[in-house]
Design a protein around this ligand. Structure first.
Ligand code: GLU
Length: 470
């Protein structure tokens, strides 16, 4: 049997970074086992539907290069892959459950349900449907249907039973059926609820492994029952640990900018580094490695080795991982990635750009760091981090004016001139850096001046802007 994994996002906005981590597991598992990875769009909640969100999901998966083998966009043998296009299928299966006595029509009005809920709240009871409509006779139901009374369909839940399943990551899990609500499976608008759509589609699309966040564990007993009612084999389920905020308190929330996938692209992360980081926080490489590529991850990882404990999201660690990827890249490749990321860089002279690469590479964490570190190679600074000291700058300018343009010679000349002027060479270097780059930290100074060339370097001291600051 071919393994089939799936991601089933709802089109409600930018995917959460937790969704990408789920996709990574789906993708890796399918690829490891020679199976298929499917994207199904769960667009049945019309109130939460966001226009354009489907495209954003494709774009995010494309950016991470985690493309599915089947999806609404590319189709596949189990199309349609958009739940809103499968309504007739859900109706057929809901009818089957009703006729088998596992589900029933519910005609309760919104007002009645609201009164019931308030009543339960006052009595400190859990909010659950009181099963009124389960008692309707077939005659009552037929009359109400004939009168076009709006209805939903609810699934029956057995009383006093243990509902259990074995989770491939979290182990054996049991629920008491008495705490489970008679869940609506078909809404009055003819759309299925999540619980029903997910079970019908996972079955019909022959999904063998369901990996999803732990927050869905409490929904799973309803799914267990639906599989049982239909007499279908339940796919293997693995509930993945949730990613927590940096402080370990709560799920990484959308309030934190970096919960959304779009943040990483805009901030200058490399998708392969983000994936490496994500795999790292839930799984340990058998050799203790922290940096490994996707191919190696797919080869090495075992689903059962995923840590059940929720990891914290540490942006600083991710920056470090990203920096490792940047340093491991060939200069030419890095330049291509930077140019792709930063439009300003696209226009610039390639020879000069290539010369700057070895100077800035060691100091970069993100692609966006390039411009803040290297802009001075291409334009004189317009601002300075602090006012300049005229005396120190002059010592540097005079020393450089007479010296051969190699970093060794520049160093000797500045040291000698500082001694003569009874100034600390360190201070003169700092002032020189500030005058040429506008900043107090940056790439190695004298090597950078070598690249910049004597004329441009000295020209920077003759600018009116600089005179005004001195
Ligand atoms: N539609 C659900 C979501 O938005 C899918 C959950 C599942 O994977 O079963 O995440």
């Amino acid at each position: 049997m071919t393994t089939r994994t799936r991601i089933a996002p709802s089109p409600t906005g930018f995917p959460h970074i937790g969704t990408i981590y789920q996709v990574l597991i789906d993708y890796a598992y399918a690829h490891k086992t020679g199976g298929k990875f499917i994207l199904r769009l769960e667009d049945t909640d019309r109130a939460r539907f966001v226009e354009g969100a489907e495209e954003v999901i494709y774009a995010s998966l494309a950016w991470f290069d985690l493309l599915p083998d089947e999806s609404p966009k590319i189709g596949g043998p189990f199309a349609p892959y958009r739940q809103s296009e499968r309504l007739a299928i859900y109706k057929k299966y809901a009818d089957e459950l009703i006729s088998k006595g596992h589900a029933y029509y519910c005609f309760c009005t919104r007002e009645r349900l609201e009164t019931m809920r308030k009543d339960q709240e006052a009595k400190h009871q859990p909010p659950m449907y009181d099963k009124t409509c389960m008692a309707l006779t077939p005659g009552d139901v037929a009359a109400k249907l004939a009168a076009h009374e709006p209805y939903v369909v609810r699934m029956k839940i057995p009383e006093h039973e243990k509902i259990a399943f074995d989770d491939i990551i979290s182990g054996h899990i049991e629920f008491d059926s008495d705490v489970i609500d008679h869940q609506v499976i078909m809404k009055s608008d003819g759309f299925p609820t999540y619980h029903f759509g997910v079970v019908v589609d996972d079955h019909l699309m022959e999904i063998t492994h369901v990996f999803r966040g732990k927050e869905w564990i409490s929904s799973t007993p309803k799914h267990v029952l639906l599989y049982k009612y239909f007499g279908w084999q339940m796919p293997v389920h693995g509930h993945l640990p949730l990613i927590l905020n940096e402080d370990g308190k709560g799920k990484l929330s959308k309030r934190h900018g970096h919960a959304s996938v779009d943040y990483y692209r805009k901030a200058g992360y490399l998708p392969e580094a983000v994936l490496n980081y994500l795999s790292n926080i839930v799984w340990n490489h058998p050799e203790g490695k922290e940096i490994y590529d996707r191919k190696e991850f797919i080869e090495q990882f075992e689903v059962t080795a995923i840590t059940a404990q929720a990891p914290r999201f540490d942006l600083k660690k991710l920056d470090w991982v990203n920096g490792q990827y940047i340093r491991a890249m060939q200069d030419e490749d890095l330049l291509a990635r930077i140019a792709d990321f930063d439009d300003r860089v696209k226009q610039l002279d390639k020879t000069l750009l290539m010369k700057t690469m070895p100077l800035v590479k060691e100091r970069m964490h993100l692609l966006s760091d390039y411009w803040s570190l290297a802009a001075f190679f291409f334009e004189a600074p317009k601002e300075f981090e602090r006012p300049l000291n005229k005396e120190l700058v002059n010592v540097a300018v005079n020393a450089l004016g007479e010296c051969d343009w190699s970093h060794e010679k520049m160093e000797q000349a500045i040291r000698a001139a500082s001694d003569t002027a009874k100034l600390k060479a360190r201070d003169v270097f700092m002032e020189l850096r500030l005058a040429v780059t506008g900043k107090m930290v940056g790439p190695p100074l004298l090597e950078s001046l070598e690249v910049l060339g004597k004329d441009i370097t000295l020209g920077r001291f003759q600018r009116e802007e600089l005179d005004k600051l001195l």
